[in-house]
Design a protein around this ligand. Structure first.
Ligand code: FES
Length: 100
């Protein structure tokens, strides 16, 4: 790991550097979730919208796998922050929304 890796911010929300990501991978992390748990990359206010691809690219390069194989196939909510007030202001009939 170089000094330069410590200066490269991958996840600006959680202040995670390229060195942090490489250290996690070097310690055995082989999935996006493992890197997320170890470093908190992707757990900030943007929920990884900014850093997810950068982390995946580093993991892909390390594992020698295509990017599509290391990226999670689904996003977990909240994909985008929604204010509770916006939900409360929705003009929807709860009986109409219910599908059980
Ligand atoms: S940049 Fe990583 S969670 Fe926002």
């Amino acid at each position: 790991m170089s000094k330069r890796d410590e200066d490269i911010i991958v996840c600006r929300c959680e202040d995670v550097t390229l060195a942090d990501i490489r250290k996690a991978i070097g310690e055995g992390a082989t999935t996006m979730d493992e890197i997320k748990r170890i470093t908190r990359a992707g757990m900030g206010p943007c929920q990884g919208r900014t850093c997810r691809l950068l982390v995946a690219a580093e993991l892909s390069r390390y594992l020698g796998k295509p990017l599509e194989q290391v990226m999670p196939s689904t996003y977990r909510p909240p994909v985008k922050a929604v204010k509770l007030g916006d939900l409360a202001d929705m003009d929807a009939d709860p009986e109409e929304v219910r599908e059980d």
